[in-house]
Structure formats: structure tokens, C-alpha cells
Design a protein around this ligand. Structure first.
Ligand code: SF4
Length: 311
């Protein structure tokens, strides 16, 4: 039973696979429905914990994760997959945060290829593993970290954050499902027909109209990759300076896997109200977003007019 609870909490684990195998659960319409609902919750950014009480409910819940993965493999839509990966990784993170047993966290880490060693109140993570799973945020940059004998010192909270990233990265990889069984293709088509069509405007980006650092960030947005807060802020204030309106910026950010219209609207309006200006190239370099030597002092002087792609 304990193994089953572990499998519910960590449905990507080998325990979950074993639980499904031993239950001999078959794909049926009810499981496919649960898988679709799981994806829809992910698209809304919902990552609530399981409410399953009975063994059969728990098995169905694990199966719904497998069904969702099969649907994602059929849909082959990076945006939906990445949104699902973000929501599921946050769900795992909230479980890890509440685990009292260090052995359980270590077991999850093992599943993810993540190892760490306790030392006092901290954990030591080998550099290659740290670099594979560290979030793209300034405090996690290796240059800002304490390193001891090839291992990075992290707090218990940071260790969970790294594992959350490991889950997200794992779930973003979905093998293409060729010739899916009819039950999957039918459920996939139904799911797509039920998804709300965003009425937010999308912005056309013309390459060459923006400095390289902005092009790189826009490229990440287009690929539905996550941007850290600093990158979002920089891109937002730059685009504002080029004349883009709030709706267009929010529409662009709707491509991000963890997009929340409410939070993004607040942040964009806040940046507008404060009339922030884009930072100098020197600052952008320290943030790690500079990728060329344009010699213009600030990206706002790109082509000497600061009008970006609006002209
Ligand atoms: S030099 Fe300035 S404008 Fe050019 S890529 Fe770097 S930060 Fe951007």
C-alpha cells in the first residue's frame, strides 16, 4: 500500500509502472477521460494533490498519468506538453516538500538521476548534476554558489527545486507515438476540440528587427521554453520601449508553459506604471542574456533608433 501511495505521488517512477503492470489495468474510455482531464488541469496551471482513497482509485490515477503521456505523444504539441510538465513537476515538488522521510526523497532522486549528500543542514550536489537541473535564475548560477570538492552546496528547499526541474525536464521529453490505437487518437482529437482557443493576440516577430539578446529570448518564448523572472522583465520593458502594447506582450507571454494571464497582466501593467527602462548591455551581460558584441551600450539603441520590430 505504501508503494502504491508512492506511485500516486510520483507517477513517473518505476514503482508506478510496476503498480500498473501488476494491476493489469487496460486502457479504456474512462482512463482516457481522466488522462485528458489531467492535461486540461495542467493547461490551467492546476497541480493539486491526489484525493484518491481506495486502491482502485489510486490505480486509476496512476493510469491517468500514463494515459496523459500517451495523449501528449499523439498530440505532439510542445506547448501542451510543456504546460503539463510544469504542472506535474510542481505537484511533485509539493509532495517532496511535505515528505518527512529522507529515504523517500532519495528514492525519488534515484528515479530522476539526481543524487545529493547531506552535510549539516545542507546538501551537496555534484556539479554536472547541479548544472543539468538548476533553474535558469541568477541565484542558481554556478558563479554565485558555494562549491566544495566538486559539489554545490544547496539548501533543502533548493534541493527540492532542483528535483522539480529534473521532473519537468523528464516530462518534456515525450516520444512520438506513431500509429496510435484508436482509443488514443479519438481521445486526442476530442481533447483538442475541447481546448479553449486563446483570444489573446499573437505577435509576429521578424528576425533582424531586434538585437541578438532579444531575438534569443523571443526564440525561447516561441519554443515554449520557460524564462526566469529577470528575462521576462527585461523582454517586457524592452518591448514596451519599442511601442508594443500590454495586450501584445501578454499575448506573446501566453506561449510560456507556466503562463498565468492574471499574474502576467499584473506584472506588465506594473512595469508600464513604473516606466522602467531596458538596462544597459553591461547589466544584461551580468544576467547572462548577452550573446553578441553589438557595442551600442544598451539594446534600446539597436540600429540607433530603438524602435525594434515596430517599424
Ligand atoms: S551587446 Fe547589448 S544589445 Fe547586443 S546582445 Fe549583448 S546585451 Fe544585447
Amino acid at each position: 500500500m505504501e508503494d502504491l501511495d508512492f506511485a500516486v505521488r510520483y507517477p513517473f517512477s518505476s514503482q508506478a509502472k510496476a503498480a500498473l503492470d501488476s494491476s493489469a489495468t487496460q486502457l479504456n474510455e474512462s482512463i482516457m477521460f481522466m488522462g485528458s482531464e489531467r492535461i486540461k488541469r495542467g493547461l490551467k496551471g492546476e497541480s493539486g494533490k491526489s484525493a484518491a482513497l481506495h486502491e482502485s482509485d489510486k490505480i486509476n490515477e496512476i493510469a491517468s498519468f500514463a494515459a496523459a503521456r500517451m495523449l501528449l505523444a499523439f498530440l505532439n504539441n510542445r506547448f501542451i506538453t510543456n504546460k503539463f510538465a510544469v504542472a506535474e513537476s510542481k505537484r511533485v515538488s509539493s509532495y517532496l516538500d511535505s515528505e518527512r522521510d529522507g529515504a523517500t526523497i532519495a528514492k525519488v532522486g534515484q528515479e530522476l538521476g539526481f543524487v545529493s549528500e547531506k552535510e549539516g543542514d545542507s546538501y551537496l550536489v555534484p556539479i554536472p548534476i547541479y548544472l543539468s537541473f538548476s533553474p535558469r535564475a541568477l541565484p542558481y548560477k554556478l558563479i554565485n554558489r558555494e562549491v566544495r570538492n566538486g559539489r554545490v552546496v544547496v539548501s533543502p528547499h533548493e534541493r527540492v527545486r532542483l528535483m522539480e526541474e529534473a521532473v519537468r525536464k523528464r516530462l518534456e521529453r515525450v516520444p512520438l507515438l506513431k500509429d496510435p490505437p484508436k482509443i488514443i487518437s479519438d481521445a486526442g482529437k476530442k481533447l483538442v476540440s475541447e481546448l479553449p482557443k486563446s483570444d489573446l493576440p499573437q505577435v509576429q516577430v521578424k528576425p533582424g528587427d531586434y538585437p541578438p539578446c532579444i531575438i534569443k529570448l523571443l526564440d525561447s518564448v516561441k519554443k515554449h521554453e520557460n524564462l526566469n523572472h529577470q528575462a521576462r522583465w527585461f523582454l517586457c520593458v524592452y518591448l514596451m520601449a519599442t511601442g508594443m502594447n500590454d495586450e501584445e506582450i501578454i499575448g506573446l507571454y501566453s506561449n510560456l508553459p507556466d503562463f498565468s494571464e492574471r499574474i502576467t497582466t499584473y506584472q506588465v501593467q506594473h512595469a508600464r506604471k513604473k516606466a522602467y527602462t531596458a538596462p544597459a548591455c553591461a547589466t544584461i551581460t551580468t544576467w547572462g542574456f548577452c550573446c553578441a558584441d553589438c557595442r551600442i551600450g544598451s539594446p534600446i539603441y539597436w540600429r540607433g533608433k530603438g524602435s525594434g520590430g515596430r517599424g
